[in-house]
Ligand binder design. Structure first.
Ligand SMILES: Cc1cc2nc3c(=O)[nH]c(=O)nc-3n(C[C@H](O)[C@H](O)[C@H](O)COP(=O)(O)OP(=O)(O)OC[C@H]3O[C@@H](n4cnc5c(N)ncnc54)[C@H](O)[C@@H]3O)c2cc1C
Length: 299
């Protein structure tokens, strides 16, 4: 996005829709790819170079976690997010935030609703995750009950307000699915950190949708070189620990017996035959191998 396109997106007030009634809107930006390069060249004492060299420099900086040049760029977003999702979002302490006040104003009359085919089942192997979708009949029942619950909570809130109860207290039983709005300003280094954590498959679906929207719809246009380097070296990169590298060497040598012996020696797998159980770290290693199309039979 050049300066004119960026200004046009800001002026248009375009809202990128997220979930059923949430959004992300670009309010302002400061700097761009050229600011990262400019700041980095100050530290290296060199003048402005060609665009291809700018790209190489940004890729070098990101690859080597030379992060401060990325802090020269800032972005301000206006977001509308369900409160439970916002609770995860607000843990990112390096942003500046101004949130809609439900002490001062009436709570936003909108709650995030779940469609019958969106109720996720608790994952059995990840206490923080979900795995699969509930069957259609139960999904319909849950959505219907959700609608009734939201309506009852809102009716109680509205009644309390009508009876003169202070907004700061009347709000206390509103559901966590109630939407809130905020202005959120953050530098690019910390934004990329946020995106890396919240676009990742382990992050909860709802915040992942916001992170993907910010990354793919806004950051990719605002700082295309930094975004490209981020996708290459951070988002889609895989790291291997010292132990994993030793195991990879054994796998590469085709010595599966030695791999299994090593996995047992370090207690990454326990039991024998059909009882063989890999611990969490081993399962994570196997998942990385699977992504690389490397099959490692454990029995
Ligand atoms: C999948 C997932 C599951 C999570 N589960 C839980 C959970 O169960 N319970 C829970 O409480 N949280 C949970 N979190 C939140 C997590 O622990 C972090 O609080 C959150 O991701 C913010 O990360 P951060 O501190 O790196 O980011 P930011 O707050 O944005 O900080 C960015 C970086 O700045 C530096 N920094 C910022 N503030 C300080 C400081 N005061 N001191 C030192 N360095 C600082 C750190 O290097 C930090 O990485 C989860 C997060 C994810 C992504």
């Amino acid at each position: 996005m050049n300066d004119a396109e960026r200004q046009s997106l800001i002026d248009s007030g375009k809202m990128f829709k997220v979930l059923d009634d949430g959004f992300v809107r670009l309010v302002d930006t400061m700097g761009g790819d050229s600011s990262i390069v400019q700041a980095a060249r100050v530290s290296y004492g060199a003048g402005t170079k060609k665009s291809s060299e700018d790209r190489d420099l940004i890729r070098y900086l990101l690859r080597h976690q030379h992060t401060t040049p990325f802090e020269m760029c800032e972005i301000k977003l206006h977001v509308r997010v369900p409160m439970d999702c916002w609770r995860q979002w607000i843990r990112h302490r390096t942003a500046n935030v101004n949130e809609y006040s439900t002490r001062y104003s009436l709570a936003i009359d909108s709650t995030q609703r779940t469609k019958p085919n969106q109720w996720r089942i608790q994952a059995s192997n990840n206490k923080q995750g979900s795995d699969g979708i509930v069957d259609a009949a139960n999904g319909a029942l849950l959505s219907e009950r959700e609608a009734r619950l939201h309506a009852a909570c809102r009716a109680e809130y509205t009644d309390r307000i009508a009876m003169g109860i202070a907004r700061e207290q009347a709000r206390k039983d509103l559901p966590l699915s109630t939407y809130t709005e905020a202005y959120w300003k953050i530098d690019l280094n910390n934004l990329l950190h946020f995106l890396a954590l919240r676009m990742e498959a382990n992050a909860q679906y709802e915040i992942r949708e916001y992170a993907k929207t910010i990354g793919e719809k806004i950051v990719s246009q605002w700082v295309p070189m930094a975004w490209e380097a981020f996708c290459e070296y951070r988002m889609n990169a895989v790291t291997f620990s010292k132990t994993e590298q030793q195991l990879l060497s054994l796998i590469y040598a085709g010595n599966n017996t030695a791999v299994l012996a090593r996995l047992r020696a370090i207690n990454w797998i326990k039991g024998e035959g059909s009882e063989t159980k890999p611990i969490l770290e081993a399962r994570e290693f196997l998942n990385k191998l699977a992504d690389l199309k490397i099959d490692l039979p454990l029995a």
